[in-house]
Design a protein around this ligand. Structure first.
Ligand code: 5GP
Length: 337
């Protein structure tokens, strides 16, 4: 029997205790951090925040804006190889923009890569495998097939929320594991299925496992502010993926909707009826929608928001004497409130 007495934590259940610091100004904090990819043997450097591969967030326009801040974007899987070629020709940087796949066939990955190779002599350096349920066999086979074909490709894959899920994905050949089920702002999985895991606890418990592989975790879902980004790093997350935090901006390309004299933009879950209607022509009979649609106030250019988020991160680092993001987890003392 599972022990259900153990209280699990959300971001809101914790704070970070301050400590004596010799960092006198936010200006002294360098956010750029190196992340090692153990199975591909490559490394990545930048600010390990990742815009989510959702409609109205993970667009090429978002990637082109965020790369100026060394921030990454998991680009929506609904772009064609030709769209990728055009985006790279328009300046999209493959160090900061990651190609996303779902439960696809290895042939599809081959197709995308060889098309890009032929047209622009460049192929993605990093990819993200994103499925709602990262526990299924066929997903692990896809990761190991991809690893065999592309030994030096940075592979991030998920989602899972438990150490056994992390171990399986790392054993399949990934470098990093995306963690989060039921935490997303427009996710209704917990309501529909009863399955999920509070995000702060999921991070902490999965980090113990990922450390055995020298890999990293991408915390995915539930971030409402820069504070939650800091808490995710404090728990040991390598990257932090955000959806709603970066929604509502012009770069997401959701049309502006006027309501009560205010401007809004739509955000919907990728398993919502809206997403399934758009990409697959409807909700298949055997499945239920596991996402909702919301209106987010229009916040204009994403550059304003990301500047604020990075300001919050710098400030957090001065409170806990962390010279960079990599030092947050070793310096932060999380307290339960
Ligand atoms: P947010 O940062 O908005 O809290 O969470 C973003 C994450 O929610 C995404 O990266 C993805 O993992 C998850 N997500 C997006 N759409 C859906 C959906 O329709 N259903 C579920 N269960 N999760 C979703």
């Amino acid at each position: 029997m599972t022990n259900i007495d153990d209280k699990k934590l959300q971001f809101d259940d914790v704070l970070i205790s301050p400590k004596l610091s010799n960092i006198n100004s936010r200006k002294e904090v360098i956010l750029d951090t190196v992340v090692e990819f153990p199975n591909s043997g490559i490394s990545w450097e930048g600010i390990p925040i990742m815009a989510s591969n959702m409609d109205f967030v993970g667009t090429f326009e978002m990637g082109l804006s965020l790369q100026d801040f060394n921030v990454t974007t998991a680009i929506s899987k609904f772009y064609s190889p030709n769209d990728w070629v055009n985006a790279v020709n328009a300046g999209l940087d493959l160090d900061f923009n990651f190609m996303t796949f779902g439960l696809d066939n290895i042939k599809k990955i081959h197709g995308f890569f060889s098309f890009m190779d032929k047209k622009i002599s460049q192929i993605p350096k990093f990819i993200v495998f994103d499925v709602p349920n990262g526990y299924i066999d066929s997903f692990h086979s896809l990761i190991s097939d991809t690893r065999k074909e592309f030994p030096r490709l940075g592979i991030m894959a998920g989602n899972v929320v438990t150490p056994d899920g992390v171990a399986k994905i790392m054993d399949s050949g990934a470098d990093g594991v995306k963690v989060g089920i039921g935490s997303g702002s427009v996710c209704s999985t917990t309501n529909v299925t009863g399955v999920g895991y509070p995000q702060m606890s999921a991070i902490i418990e999965c980090v113990d496992e990922i450390n055995k592989f020298s890999g990293f975790i991408i915390s995915d879902g539930g971030v409402k502010s820069s504070a939650d980004v800091v808490k995710a790093y404090a728990g040991g997350s390598g990257f932090v993926m955000v959806g709603s935090l970066l929604s509502g901006h012009s770069q997401g390309l959701a049309p502006v909707i006027l309501k009560d004299n205010k401007s809004f933009r739509q955000l919907y879950g990728m398993s919502s009826a809206e997403a399934m209607q758009k990409h697959y022509g409807g909700v298949a009979e055997y499945r239920a929608s596991e996402g909702i649609s919301v209106l987010v106030e229009d916040r204009g250019n994403v550059k304003n928001t990301i500047t604020e988020v990075l300001g919050g991160l710098r400030s957090a680092c001065t409170y806990i004497n962390a010279n960079n993001i990599g030092e947050i987890s070793s310096n932060a003392k999380l307290i339960r409130i």
